[in-house]
Design a protein around this ligand. Sequence first.
Ligand code: ATP
Ligand code: MG
Length: 268
Amino acid sequence: MNTPLLKLSHVHKSFGPIDVLHDISLEVRAGEVLCLLGDNGAGKSTLIKILSGVHRPTSGTLEMDGRAVDFTNPKAATLKGIATVHQFGGTFPLMSIGRSFFVGAEPKKRWGPLKVYDRKRANEIAVRAVREFGITRIDDGDRLVGGLSGGERQALAIARAVYFGARVLILDEPTAALGVKEAAHVLRIIMQARRKGIAVIFITHQVVHALTVGDHFAVLIRGTKAADFRKGEKTREEITDLMAGGEAMAELEAEIEREALAARPHPA
Ligand SMILES: Nc1ncnc2c1ncn2[C@@H]1O[C@H](COP(=O)(O)OP(=O)(O)OP(=O)(O)O)[C@@H](O)[C@H]1O
Ligand SMILES: [Mg+2]
């Protein structure tokens, strides 16, 4: 019952001589949102590439439901229910909503001796799945994905992952390119996925977004897990400071102070 759905233990990753991740241990449970925070280049994307079978760890282990797993390719991770949605939704702008929802797994119908793409059914299922996530503006599965807003595309990608049985949903900066309202919508969808019992790993630079939906937080700094805490254990300022490595902010403050001193009129 209390076994983590996904668990990483002591994961290291290097690319030749370049060390990117050191000793990362993390766990996420069903119906929980784990926020992965960290500055540019901290190793967040590398970590999720390990979780989604793009890279294999140099050392360390992955477990699902308490059993060791080894994802040798992205398909192996998908088959275990790990779905990754990228910043722009990862959908195909020139395809219809129905088509993009099913790409590679289209429902078929008989047409004389042939089996052909069942557009009506695909559209119905796709529109229903997206509407379940509260996107009621989408009612026509023939519309092109390219005509959707950023938030709607995210919703479509998330609805698709859930429809195809995702147990772990990894979102890499889903709100980064969105306006405030659109971002709020995506955050609402994250909460819905959580309510469905999915384990969500939410990567973001935006501390406010993380604090709104997160149950559990991990901060990566230069490939190391610098902090791991639960909701309510740290303030927004503390987290922002942590992400900046603390030093960067202290340096900036010192610099401003020096400038202020230099700008002061000299006593006569
Ligand atoms: N295939 C690779 N070969 C060598 N170095 C790599 C490779 N992939 C990533 N890195 C390095 O690993 C570090 C972490 O990169 P990563 O993309 O994981 O960071 P990130 O936290 O996702 O950053 P951002 O917030 O900018 O997306 C970077 O210094 C990057 O140059
Ligand atoms: Mg990244």
